[in-house]
Design a protein around this ligand. Structure first.
Ligand code: ATP
Ligand code: MG
Length: 588
């Protein structure tokens, strides 16, 4: 936290005037009703995300502007204008209407990052249905569990995914009334028990009156990443769009002429809030890549698409770091002006890597499925303290709190003290429930505060520092040790690509710190390296906090949204059941 490690912004970083310059002033004058005036609203006074995101643009100055550039290997890029996107969303809306899908009924989408996914999300919202995108890599069971929990009426998927993952399980999803199929080869499908989406779309009008949804009407159902246990279904409403507008402006610094790339899949909340809603609200052109991570490909996209604002995740940054910095030298990334990351703690090492290799530091920001949008961020104008998540955005009040035995909480005023990160209720995109789990929802609040389950501290300048998830914090010989600190120290070693740290039960000290590391290209595991890493950590962290054990793994277990699953490292270490692995990358 010392000042020498601050990254001060230079003219290069600020060559486009940031939307947020006067942090304190903007926070003081901010109000959600004022943000509401930036939105169009519906004639009857309601609000609908699809109308804000595309409908209104398609009739305005942005009509002919490209909303999406869809990229896929082996095919030319496919561009869709705002007008065309609105037309397609309208057709999808009409399809639902013709099928008599009711307002508030649930539409699940199981597809890769294909145009139809984006159309179905927007069309469902326009219709007033509730939409829930699922990772296309989910296996049959996680799909069925989610569809059943959400009482899905409609499933939109591709013929190949249907055959592989749904057909045999169809009778286990009794609420499903319609399955709409997209042909993988771009043609039409004829699969018993399903309808062909392209045929239906061609037969329906593109005009579809926007449902008169209100701010409190349910719009999206998002499942959490399952990092700490069984994924929870978080309910989101149409009024959330105000947060997406504000955070797109402040945290992602979107300007209308930006080319923007959000690498997250819509199967988790970042991919919809910031892969669909926020960029469309701001009228930017978004790049969507259908393929999985590939360092060369990603640098190529940044270069060829002239991406200016890039929103990615620590796991991707670590993979780029792992691939080495020679690759990047082949590419010109001169269009890039702002890089942000979310999903996991961003190790200081990764922030510096951005500065050195991309020429731009990476801006960490923090939020959760439950918060619906970015809450704490490093915005372009902020100086960065690598390792810090940044400061609460205008409209967001955060605090460090301690739970008391009687269920109340105490706000910790002293800077530098650890506690649970809490947010004051009242921001529009706050979740409105955990599906079928009212009890758990209620327990997430104490009075006017929402308790996030993450431990953090705030420094004297108002920057927040992530310590760890409450579940992951290690108690060793009277010390509370956050895994993030230990992982970041290990990452500073040139051989380490990734680190995951757990507490291993110990009769004497309670828990001992054990680290799992994967190595960068060009390094091989050996006893000597293990000793060297133990020594490096001890020097950096002191004996009380440094890991006592280090094990090498080719890669760490991760969720499909890219988060290290420490609970799985722990279960495997202790020979315990692995619990819910539905979101495990590479899993069923
Ligand atoms: P589950 O709740 O099912 O265990 P999850 O918490 O990983 O899964 P998400 O809502 O996708 O599900 O992730 C939010 C969590 O991710 C946060 O609570 C936090 O622990 C972590 N996180 C997100 N961004 C950051 C960040 N910038 N720094 C540190 N942690 C982050
Ligand atoms: Mg969570």
């Amino acid at each position: 936290m010392e000042s020498s490690s601050i990254i001060r912004k230079t003219a290069v970083d600020l060559r486009v005037a940031p939307n947020l310059i006067d942090y304190e002033g903007e926070r003081a004058s901010f109000s959600w009703p004022v943000v509401g005036r930036e939105l169009a609203g519906l004639p009857g006074g309601g609000i609908n995300i699809a109308w804000e995101a595309v409908g209104r643009h398609a009739r305005g100055a942005l009509r002919d502007k490209v909303a999406y550039r869809f990229l896929a290997r082996g095919t030319p890029a496919y561009s869709v204008t705002y007008e065309r996107l609105a037309e397609l969303a309208g057709r999808f809306c009409s399809v639902l209407r013709q099928l008599h899908v009711g307002k508030g009924e649930r539409v699940f989408i199981l597809a890769g990052r294909i145009p139809e996914l984006y159309v179905a999300v927007l069309g469902s919202l326009q219709h007033g249905a509730v939409v829930s995108p699922l990772f296309s890599a989910f296996g049959p069971e996680p799909i069925a569990t989610r569809v059943n929990l959400g009482e899905g009426s409609v499933l939109v998927t591709t013929d190949a995914l249907y055959e592989r993952k749904v057909a045999k399980w169809r009778d286990r999803m009794p609420t499903l009334k319609h399955v709409l199929l997209v042909a993988d080869d771009g043609g039409t499908t004829a699969v018993p028990g399903t309808l062909d989406l392209a045929t239906l779309m061609a037969q329906t009008p593109s005009a579809c009156e926007v449902a008169p949804t209100s701010a409190e009407d349910m719009a999206l159902l998002h499942f959490t990443s399952g990092t700490t246990g069984t994924p929870k279904g978080a309910v989101h409403v149409h009024g959330a769009v105000a947060t997406h507008w504000a955070t797109g402006r402040y945290a992602l610094d979107l300007h209308t002429d930006d080319i923007y790339w959000c690498t997250a899949d819509p199967g988790w909340v970042t991919g919809t809030s910031y892969g669909i809603v926020a960029p469309l609200l701001h009228g930017v052109t978004s790049v969507v890549d259908r393929e999985e991570f590939d360092a060369e490909r990603w640098y190529g996209i940044l270069q060829d698409e002239k991406v200016s604002v890039w929103y990615t995740a620590p796991t991707a940054v670590r993979m780029l770091m792992k691939a080495g910095s020679d690759i990047v030298k082949k590419y010109t990334l001169s269009g890039l002006r702002f890089v942000a990351s979310v999903g996991e703690p961003l190790n200081p090492e990764a922030v510096w890597w951005g500065k050195e290799v991309l020429g731009l530091p990476i801006h960490d920001n923090w939020w959760q499925t439950e918060t619906g949008g970015i809450m704490i961020a490093n915005t372009p104008a902020f100086d960065i303290k690598p390792g810090s998540m940044g400061r609460p955005l205008p409209g967001i009040e955060a605090a460090i709190v301690q739970r008391q035995e009687d269920g109340s909480i105490k706000v910790v005023k002293t800077p530098g003290k650890e506690g649970e990160l809490a947010l004051k209720r009242g921001w529009p995109s706050m979740f409105r429930g955990y599906l079928n789990n009212e009890e758990r929802y209620r327990k997430s609040f104490a009075g006017e505060w929402y308790l996030t389950g993450d431990l953090a501290q705030r420094d004297a300048d108002g920057y927040y520092w992530f310590v760890g998830r409450a579940d992951d914090v290690i108690k060793s010989a009277g010390h509370l040790i956050g895994p993030f600190e230990v992982e970041s120290a290990l990452m500073e070693h040139p051989a380490v690509a990734e680190a995951g740290v757990i507490g291993k039960p110990d009769p004497v000290v309670g828990e001992v710190v054990k680290a799992f590391v994967s190595l960068k290209m060009g390094f091989e595991e050996s006893e000597a390296l293990r000793m060297e890493l133990l020594g490096h950590a001890r020097k950096r962290l002191g004996a009380a906090v440094a890991p006592k054990e280090i094990a090498f793994l080719p890669s760490l277990p991760r969720t499909r949204s890219g988060k290290i699953m420490r609970r799985l490292l722990k279960a495997r270490e202790l020979g315990l059941p692995e619990g819910d692995t539905s979101t495990l990358e590479g899993g069923a």
